[in-house]
Ligand binder design. Structure first.
Ligand SMILES: Cc1ncc(COP(=O)(O)O)c(C=O)c1O
Length: 366
């Protein structure tokens, strides 16, 4: 299957790469299948075909961002009175969307503390469950097969698989109904595209796809071309990223300047018993807590010579972020506390560089 993603579907001219159909509309009746590019576009569909291969899904629909995929999926499966159960340790925008928008529209939402134990012990019978397979930034592991067997077949299970990718963990095979991705991260992998996807069976994705068309968060064909090109190297990038991130997390754990390290494949990780069995790799996110107080993180991180400070993750180049002032800045102090996010926390997205290149630079901030 991973070899299949390298091969493009040949177009009528036999070009080795599937072309970018930069056309907003198509001539009818020849364009009967393609009418208008917000609805569907051949290049975007070609990307969806490749994503379905990797996810092992019947169907996939692509979006202009990961958040467009998440919001359209929520709009499609939630209605007033729906009971939504969510792990609170998720991307801050997803949390805000559920907490500030959907709650106000009458969705009964219950957020649990980080980790599967809290999710499984909740006194709430959900219609829909949303978790990140590997959560951002705590890297807790939400095993979809355990969620499925605990909550049963009636519950709609949505997994955000952005941090694990289907290469390290297949959410749909494990029991999720929908696997969502921010394609802006590991999937595209080069920090040059913003996109999202939803994969699953044809019925559920058909409904989400209709919502995409209604809301208009469709992917453009140039982005589809870039994401697809990135995905063709996902296996080799992830192999290298898994290896680098594990080594960096081990070295950080041994550093006297570091208080704690969160990486799914470290035996000190709270979910290690399960991650070591279920994940083929821990992915690229290594979150750690420094021992000493730092007065000004912007100044402190500017000591780095090679690693950029960036509000994203999943690229071939290593990047670092300070969740309190960057990715999770919109959360209230109490919400951060519940998630265990504090001032001294840093989140590394480990890339494919030589390990010493990354490690030598990190020394400057330890
Ligand atoms: C786990 C996760 N899901 C979704 C998103 C949102 O994706 P996008 O930035 O493509 O809208 C992010 C962004 O960082 C993320 O980390």
């Amino acid at each position: 299957m991973w070899d299949e993603i390298i091969k493009s579907r040949l177009d009528s001219n036999g070009s080795l790469r599937f072309p970018v159909y930069l056309s907003s509309a198509f001539n009818l009746p020849e364009g009967e299948r393609y009418r208008y590019s917000r609805e569907n576009n051949p290049t975007v569909e070609e990307l969806a075909r490749v994503i379905s291969l990797t996810e092992g899904s019947e169907s996939t629909t692509c979006f202009s961002s990961g958040m467009a995929a998440i919001s359209s999926t929520f709009m499609s499966v939630l209605k007033p009175g729906t009971k939504l159960l969510m792990g609170s340790d998720c991307f801050a925008r997803t949390y805000n969307l559920a907490q500030k928008v959907f709650r106000q529209w009458g969705v009964e939402t219950c957020f649990t503390d980080p980790g599967m134990d809290s999710l499984l012990s909740v006194n709430f019978k959900p219609d829909v469950i949303f978790t990140e397979t590997i959560s951002n930034p705590l890297t807790r592991f939400y095993d979809q097969s355990v969620i499925r067997s605990h909550f049963g077949d009636e519950t709609v299970i949505i997994a955000d698989s952005t941090l694990s990718t289907a290469f390290n963990y297949n959410s749909l095979h494990e029991g999720a109904d929908v696997s969502l991705q921010s394609l802006s991260k590991f999937a595209s992998g080069h920090n040059d595209a913003i996109g999202g996807s939803a994969s699953g069976n044809s019925k559920i994705i058909g409904n989400i796809d209709q919502m995409r068309r209604n809301l208009g968060g469709s992917m453009d064909p140039l982005t589809a071309f870039l994401v697809k090109r990135g995905m063709e190297t996902l296996p080799i990038r992830m192999e290298r990223i898994n290896k680098n991130a594990l080594e960096i997390s081990r070295r950080l754990s041994e550093s006297p300047q570091v208080e704690n390290v969160y990486y799914p494949m470290l035996d000190s990780h709270p979910d290690y018993g399960n991650t070591s069995k279920k994940l083929s790799g821990g992915g690229g996110i290594v979150t750690f807590i420094l021992k000493n107080e730092i007065n000004n993180f912007t100044e402190h991180l500017s000591k780095l010579r090679k690693i950029p400070r960036a509000n994203t993750l999943g690229g071939i180049e290593t990047g670092i972020s300070h969740p309190v002032s960057m990715s999770h800045r919109s959360l209230l102090p109490d919400e951060m506390k519940r998630l265990g996010i504090n001032e001294k926390m840093l989140r590394l997205s480990v890339g494919i560089e030589d390990i010493e290149y990354i490690w030598n630079d990190l020394q400057l901030i330890l």
